[in-house]
Design a protein around this ligand. Structure first.
Ligand code: 1Q0
Length: 215
């Protein structure tokens, strides 16, 4: 019945999908990476309409990667490592300026990767926050320290306006649906290192291949 099917959103589940990202030999599974982002987008949409301009872009990028994964060369897109190797070996990446491959998997994932750094910083702030901390400030600080450096003025401006209407910490914790504040802190203590690890492995891979500035 509808009652049984209607699953309540839990951020715990979303962050758990990031745990599934890492293979035994530290490769990052695109499927779980993308699933993690899907969950985050769902969470963000539940915060209100203002955030859909942000989530729309994420949804676009998720879809590009899913299309590669389900496409005829899907077997090369199983991990971020194999994707990067395959696209580079076959000249499927625009390296210095936009050309015939404006939506490569490598450049698309790089955008989500940069946003993952924001998430890591934001969640860490949330974890160590107190009752009177402001989510808008934590969010803005995390953004200014990371993702904003890759955004033009007009997007920074729009992001700043979105942060201002973020719900407060109590509502935020409620929507996360993890339990009381202590539970949230525990959950984040578990999730943040996991996200950092996925971030760092991806960062190293992109750095070693000189891909951190892909257009
Ligand atoms: C909860 C508030 C969320 C705040 C998210 C911070 C990011 C804000 C800025 C995003 C602007 C997006 C507009 C489009 C940007 C693109 O130009 C840019 C570059 O792509 P391209 O193709 O033009 O080169 N795209 C990006 O930088 C990707 C941005 C993706 C942002 C995805 C954010 C979705 C995630 C949300 C997580 C919300 C959950 C947070 C709470 C977790 C738990 C407490």
């Amino acid at each position: 019945s509808a009652v049984i099917e209607e699953q309540k959103f839990s951020l715990q589940e979303v962050l758990d999908t990031f745990k599934l990202c890492l293979s035994e030999n530290q490769d990052v599974y695109v499927e779980h990476y993308v699933a993690g982002w899907r969950g985050l987008v769902k969470f963000m949409n539940s915060l209100g309409n203002v955030f859909t301009f942000i989530s729309k872009d994420a949804v676009n990028k998720i879809q590009i990667l899913v299309n590669f994964l389900n496409g005829e060369n899907g077997s090369h897109y199983v991990t971020i490592q194999s994707m990067v190797k395959y696209e580079l070996d076959n000249q499927l990446v625009d390296l210095d300026k936009r050309g015939s491959h404006p939506e490569s998997g490598s450049r698309t994932l790089l955008r989500l990767h940069r946003a993952l750094r924001w998430l890591e910083l934001f969640l860490e702030r949330l974890r160590t926050s107190t009752e009177d901390s402001k989510t808008s400030v934590m969010c803005a600080d995390a953004y200014n320290e990371s993702l904003s450096q890759h955004h033009p003025w007009v997007i920074r401006k729009a992001a700043g306006m979105a942060f201002c209407v973020l719900p407060g910490r109590p509502t935020f914790f409620e929507v996360m649906n993890v339990g009381g504040a202590e539970k949230v802190v525990d959950m984040l203590g578990d999730a943040v290192p996991m996200i950092s690890k996925v971030y760092q492995i991806t960062e190293d891979l992109y750095s070693q291949n000189n891909l951190l500035e892909l257009p």
